[in-house]
Each structure stands twice: as structure tokens, then as C-alpha cells.
Design a protein around this ligand. Sequence first.
Ligand code: ATP
Length: 357
Amino acid sequence: MTRDRICVIPGEDAAAEAVMHVLGLMKALDTGLDWHVCENTSAIGEDGRPQLAAEAKAAIDSSRATLFGATGGPNAAALFYLRWGKQTFANVRPTRWSAGMPSPLAKPEGIDLAIVRENLEDAYVLIEGDLAQLAPLKLRSRTAGIGPEAMGEGAFSVKAITREGSLRVARFAFELARQRKATGGAGRVTASAKYNMQPRTDGLFIECAREVANDFADIDFDVLIVDDCAHRIVRDPQRFDVLLLPNLYGDILSDAAAGLTGGLGLAASGCYGGDYAYFESAHGTAPDIAGKGIVNPVATLLSAAMLLDYCDRAPIASALRDAIDRLHADGRVLTPDVGGIASTAQVCDAILEHMQI
Ligand code: ATP
């Protein structure tokens, strides 16, 4: 097996602490991966603005994949490069209930879904401005009957959804459903968006999902309006297998799904492109618990397990997931967010012990 190089960008605050503990655990395992830590990813460009440091770009480019913490700003250039520079268009956020974890549901057993979130388009193109700027376009609201500039002082945001972007993420979701079916998954893709209110943008997204569904006769397909989808995620999460969503809905609903299965401290995430992938927990930097040594490392560990799968090390990934399940079922060594009193370091040590059982 090739000794792949992995770039590690810890990011900031408690998320960075989680990454460094997870790195320690990875190094203790025989992964055959070379981990290259890149602490400073930001440089000041000639225009005086922050930009991606050349060494960080080289570290990302020369690696097979990146393990990323989270950023509230200082590592934003690296994140933007990992996402838009590397065209990592599909964000997979799995939600699986592990016995022993807290849940607001009476019966969380059997929750095992994967949200596939389009990762590059929608409101995340980040084009915003004043409503007055739209006047030359002579747009007219189909509901209010007036142009946006006539609504008074305010702002707009562009939501851009392309045909190509929607088709490729839909294809990714169906391929994932097929992979999951091979190991006992239901073999279903549910696509969801607000296509009734936004027929051009969300409508296009759903139309593309329908088109792709025709090429996957072995995978069931259904469509939900996104508010109904939110309701069903809470009422009947076990009905979902792969849930395909545009960027913003995917971001929001994946946090909601995480809340059903133990919270953000367990929420993993992987972002995949045609020839690159990066992995980060779904949570942010968690600044409120920085320096306390209590950040739950499991979200980052499960993201690292996705990285191991991506780098053809599925048996180690699977052993890691099993050890985390044993840790949760045992219940003695847990961080405070999931009802325990243990530190990040103690949890990592306990997982390592569970791997050696
Ligand atoms: P950001 O602006 O970077 O998104 P945030 O604080 O708004 O930061 P999160 O970092 O996602 O958002 O944190 C939301 C809450 O969940 C915080 O109270 C945080 O402490 C908690 N939290 C997030 N991740 C973890 C974790 N791994 N372990 C324990 N608590 C966590």
C-alpha cells in the first residue's frame, strides 16, 4: 500500500485541540500514512489582504487528503481553497446513533443516515449587496409584485444553483446509496428542497436528482419539500438512508440530525471532489470550551475514519468505529457534552484501549 501523505490543518480553539489529540491517536495506529501538520495557513498578500500561504497550498497539493479542524477566520483561506480550489463538491455528513449516547428521542435505535450536501453553490457563493443595486435589473417579485429596490433599505444574497453542480452531487449521492446498500443499507435516496417556492433554483436541483435517479434502477428515490423533510427527520429519522440536499439546507439539517444522536461532538463530515477530499468535524471551533481540555474528539475521529476509508484503509476505519461504539456502550469515559466528566485525552486513550481489545 502507498504511504500516502496527509495534510493536517488544526484550525482554531477547541477544534484544534481535538485535531491534535486525534493526530496522536492516528500516529499510535499502524495506518501507513504520513501526517504533515500545517499550523500557519494564512499570509498577507501584496494588496494587504489575508490569503493562503504558499507553504500551506503546497502542503495541501502534495497530500492525498487533508484533515481540517475548524475556523472562525484565521484559516478561512485554507478552507476556501480546500473547498472551491479543490472543487470538493459533495459534503457527506453521516448521522448514526451509537448505543449509550444521549438523544431527545424515545427510540433513537436504528438511526443511520447520510446527508449529502452540495458543497459549492447555493447561498455559499457569497454574493451579497444592497437592494438598491438591483434596480438596473428591473426585477419584479412574483409575490410582492414590486421590484426589490422598491422594498426599502435592505440587502440581497445570491442563491446560485447550476445544472452541472446539481447533477454531479446527485450522482455522488446515488453512488453512496449503492455502496451503503452493499453493506446492508436501505438503498434509498431522498432529495429535498423548497422547490414549490423556488422552482428555478431548488426546482432545478430536484429535476437533476430525478434525471440521475433514472440511471440507478437499483436505488429507490423519493422527493420531499424541505420543511416536511425537517419534520420527518425529527419524527421518523429511521426512514432516511441517503438524504440529498442543496448547500444551505444541508448545513442546517445535518446539525439538526446530529442533535438526535448525541450532538455536535459526534458529528463527522467529509468533503469529496473528483481527485481530492478533506475531512473535518461538522462542528465549529467551539471557542466557549477552548483550553478546557474537554472537547469531544469523536466528531474529528469519525471524520478521520472517513479519511481512512478514502485512503483505502477501510479495516482500520471500521476498527476505529467499533472502538468508539464500545466506548459509548461502556459509558465510563465520556466528555461532558455527552454526559460524562472525562477529558479529551482520556477519551482518546480509552478508544485506543478499546481498539486493542
Ligand atoms: P463557530 O462560529 O466556529 O461555528 P460556534 O461556537 O458558533 O463556533 P460550534 O463550534 O459548532 O459553533 O459550537 C456550538 C456549541 O456546541 C458550543 O457550545 C460548543 O462548545 C459545542 N460543541 C461543538 N463541538 C463540540 C465538541 N466537539 N465537543 C464538545 N462540545 C462541542
